[in-house]
Design a protein around this ligand. Structure first.
Ligand code: CP
Length: 313
């Protein structure tokens, strides 16, 4: 992977993805070999929206590479609350850090940040746009269970606003996956995402119900209905709770079906699924550590090609 920033999943080739995932596997197998690899470097965490997994796993991943982290904190306690622009904010923060992780409510925010600064930028979610580092950990989780070839996946829930869906669907085209999208009509994939998928020749089908396709799936990727992105809360209440699965739902699934969710969940996966052999969402979240270590290692190596760290693995 020879990239300066990670802004969208569409920028990643199959080789790029496999290189990061191979490195993530190496990190997981021998974390001590990476412990001081980026000692003295600093990662800036800039979250303009709430986060538990992405913020904390990047923080943990950086520290496990020997880095320090600085956190912009809540928007209300930063100078963003005084009206500072995103452009000025990231241009200042690049002077304090060697890489920057950015979550922002506006689609395109990470693209803008990447244009303004020279240090590597990771898009940690831009509105309803993309969340590519989530995609890398999703693919790592899928690869560990099923491999990435000949995959049939169902992606269910809020396909309109779900940025993890947009990134994952794009990346899966690199592996010619059969993709089934299951949602209410009002939460279908955005037209632009469907267009881009069709342009790649991707095999995609759309459904309003899970039941007809459930037994074909290797992976069921469930997503939360993104209440915070609905312009009309009444519309949220009309669709919330429609796409809920429980252990009984999965009686009709293949024995080796993997159930994933980027989390947080609200009520779309009942707690009794946690006790089944299908549930993989907590391991998925934990995979954020080796995958984000591998990603930071790769981007920092690209940014510092003459350094002695980040040896190819
Ligand atoms: N999956 C994910 O992005 O979770 P957070 O919003 O908690 O970071």
């Amino acid at each position: 992977m020879r990239q300066d920033h990670l802004i969208t999943a569409t920028q990643l080739s199959r080789d790029d993805i496999e290189a990061v995932l191979d490195r993530a596997r190496a990190v997981a197998d021998d974390p001590a070999a990476y412990a001081d690899r980026h000692a003295g470097r600093v990662l800036a965490l800039c979250f303009f929206e709430p986060s538990t997994r992405t913020r904390m796993s990047f923080d943990s991943a950086a520290k496990r590479l020997g880095m320090n982290t600085i956190d912009m904190g809540d928007v209300d306690s930063s100078s963003v609350s005084k009206g500072e622009s995103l452009s000025d904010t990231v241009r200042v923060i690049e002077g304090y850090a060697d890489a920057l992780v950015l979550r922002h409510p506006s689609e395109g925010a990470a693209t803008l940040a990447g244009e303004r600064v020279d240090v590597p930028v990771v898009n940690a979610g831009d509105g309803a746009g993309q969340h590519p580092s989530q995609t890398l950990l999703d693919l790592h989780t899928i690869r560990e269970d099923h491999g990435l070839d000949d995959l049939t996946i169902g992606i269910m829930g809020d396909l309109k606003y779900g940025r993890t869906v947009h990134s994952l669907a794009a990346a899966l085209t690199e592996f010619d996956a059969n993709q089934h999208f299951i949602s209410p009509e009002s939460l279908r994939l955005p037209r632009s995402v469907r267009f881009d998928l069709h342009e790649t020749g991707a095999q995609i089908r759309e459904h309003e119900e899970l039941e007809p396709v459930l037994d074909e799936l290797d992976v069921l990727y469930v997503t939360r209905i993104q209440k915070e992105r609905f312009p009309d809360e009444n519309e949220y209440h009309r669709v919330a709770g429609e796409y809920r699965i429980d252990a009984e739902t999965l009686d009709a699934a293949a024995d080796d079906l993997t159930v994933m969710h980027p989390l947080p969940r609200v009520d779309e996966i009942a707690p009794d699924v946690d006790e089944t052999d299908h549930a993989r969402y907590f391991e998925q979240a934990h995979n954020g550590i080796p995958v984000r270590m591998a990603l930071l290692d790769t981007l920092l190596k690209n940014a510092n090609p003459d350094g002695d760290e980040g040896t190819e693995v």
